[in-house]
Design a protein around this ligand. Structure first.
Ligand SMILES: [Zn+2]
Length: 222
């Protein structure tokens, strides 16, 4: 069977894989874990200080150009490799559990894509990551409760204040009852400035008695 259906490492192509793994031991050992989850005031949480009242935040890996992490996220977003997204999501979930700082999470919210973009890609990569996390954390993925409603082409050319206002209006809560009073974990693939997560998070935190934490697979330099 191995000859006809070779099971190869998603990182380096090696065929030396353990059962139920998508990466070989060498690639697993090479993954640059941040270890942020266990520390209050970690670099990702600092992004949101004075901007968004989050409970905790974490990024599982450092993202750098030409790295294994970049390659795997590229496969997830542009090559249809959803299995690697769920696999890395599962890895992040293990870290969140071990940290003890994400134990009150009630539901996972994938950062929504613009509908036309999700339609074109066929899936939301953040939802794929959530699926892998959900199994390990035993909490549901709350798809469709928050939506993204408008494409703003000029966004990247605007400065920060203008951009915030612009992005903020592009998210809306669709199912307030499902989110009300819960501790929600907003999930995305990569965090760079945190502006988009902030805008989506601000929309969610308009709900009374709702708490918000944030997790991304990777943290990219600004
Ligand atoms: Zn490998």
């Amino acid at each position: 069977m191995h000859l006809f259906y070779p099971h190869l490492c998603n990182g380096c192509g090696s065929d030396l894989l353990q059962k139920n793994h998508l990466l070989c031991l060498k690639c697993i050992n090479d993954l640059p874990h941040t270890r942020f989850a266990q520390y209050a005031g970690n670099p990702v949480e600092k992004y949101f200080w004075g901007r968004l009242n989050i409970t905790a935040a974490h990024s599982e890996f450092y993202f750098s150009k030409g790295s294994l992490v970049q390659e795997l996220i590229h496969q997830l977003k542009y090559k249809g490799n959803t299995a690697i997204g769920a696999y890395l999501g599962g890895m992040m979930a293990e870290t969140l559990i071990k940290s003890g700082r994400f134990n009150t999470i009630d539901g996972l919210i994938p950062l929504p894509l613009y509908p036309e973009k999700e339609h074109h890609r066929g899936y939301n990569q953040a939802a794929i990551i959530c699926n892998g996390m959900s199994v390990i954390m035993n909490v549901p993925v709350l798809n469709g409760c928050v939506i993204r409603q408008r494409f703003t082409e000029t966004q990247t050319r605007k400065h920060r204040t203008e951009r915030w206002e612009n992005v903020d209006k592009s998210f809306a809560v669709k199912n307030a009852r499902a989110l009300h009073g819960k501790h929600l974990l907003l999930v995305d693939d990569v965090i760079t400035t945190g502006a988009t997560l902030e805008a989506c998070g601000a929309t969610i935190l308009q709900l009374e008695n709702t708490k918000l934490s944030i997790a991304t697979l990777a943290q990219a330099p600004k």
